[in-house]
Design a protein around this ligand. Structure first.
Ligand code: AMP
Ligand code: MN
Ligand code: MN
Ligand code: MN
Length: 287
């Protein structure tokens, strides 16, 4: 079973394993008919993905997943339907890229001190054209046999509090939302249950998100449990948000995560893709 709408996917433009066009074709094979490419802090993959989607007659939204610093933690804001050429978001992306580049140098220094020589070169070569994310460090740690697999690399070295972790100073919530809106997009709070926040604190985050111009919550992120969907739908209702959904697909190596194979969209939650004229022709099966 798959859902025809997947509005959260990563390509090699950030930390995904597939080039944008291949990603789009894979999503199509899995029954996705309407998708958004949402790479971390970059729009480099958008034009190739848009072309592939056009070839397959799929609905396509240019997207992005912006990292935001909020009360000491990293929060992810997805922008959907942005104009990737908009100068405001371009400047914003340049700022985020700068933070990424600086953080990568500091992370590598810490990892080198831990005895992992060549961390910066390693992560950069794994990243290729993309700017370095923690996933690239994780892949390098696995390749260099410092960790058995990606999960362990994160758990041992890259998570908050671990030896390779460096806190980045991303854009603030309101600034990131502003970039998205200036670029004509709709701002969605990504995977709201993945942050280290109590429900009370999460509701404060959603309140601020809405006040800053955010209009959607990702009520489905991959194959989640029914309880989680219910809670997210409740949050949507309480805060007057629209619902979005996506797989957060990164790589075919993660066999449990496939484009379009996501939990059922909650009834009673207004989908963010409704009233989106560009998408309507592709959405007959997702009404
Ligand atoms: P960054 O934005 O560079 O801090 O990297 C964050 C990315 O790392 C996320 O988008 C995930 O793709 C990935 N990530 C974070 N934690 C884990 C984990 N435990 N296992 C695998 N990937 C992870
Ligand atoms: Mn990622
Ligand atoms: Mn995320
Ligand atoms: Mn993501």
């Amino acid at each position: 079973m798959s859902f025809p709408v997947d509005l959260h996917l990563h390509s090699t433009a950030s930390d995904g394993a597939l080039p944008p066009a291949e990603l789009v074709r894979l999503a199509h094979r899995h029954g996705v008919r309407c998708l958004a490419l949402t790479d971390h802090d970059t729009v480099e993959g958008i034009s190739a993905a848009a072309r592939a989607a056009l070839d397959l007659e799929m609905g396509f939204l240019a997207g992005i997943e912006l990292s935001v610093s909020w009360q000491g933690i990293d929060v992810h804001v997805v922008g959907l339907g942005i104009d990737p050429g908009n100068p405001t978001i371009r400047d914003g992306i340049a700022f985020q890229q700068q933070q990424r580049a600086e953080r990568a140098v500091k992370m590598a220094e810490k990892l080198e001190r831990k005895g992992f020589a060549g961390a910066l070169q390693g992560a950069r070569s794994v990243a290729g054209e993309a700017t370095v994310t923690r996933t690239h460090f994780a892949r390098w740690l696995v390749e260099a046999r410092h960790a058995p697999d990606l999960q362990s690399a994160f758990k041992r070295y890259l998570r908050r509090g671990k030896p390779g972790y460096v806190r980045a100073e991303w854009a603030s919530l309101s600034v990131a939302i502003d970039w998205i809106r200036q670029a004509g997009g709709r701002a969605v709070l990504a995977h709201p249950l993945r942050y280290p926040l109590s429900l009370r604190k999460l509701r404060r985050l959603i309140g601020e998100f809405g006040a800053a111009g955010g209009i959607g919550l990702e009520v489905v992120s991959g194959p989640q449990t029914f309880d989680r969907t219910e809670l997210l739908a409740q949050l949507c209702d309480w805060h007057g948000m629209l619902g979005s959904c996506g797989s957060d697909f990164h790589s075919p190596d993660q066999a449990w995560l496939v484009p379009g194979r996501i939990a059922a969209f909650p009834r009673g939650c207004a989908p963010i893709w409704r009233d989106w004229p560009e998408l309507e022709p592709y959405l007959a099966s997702a009404a």
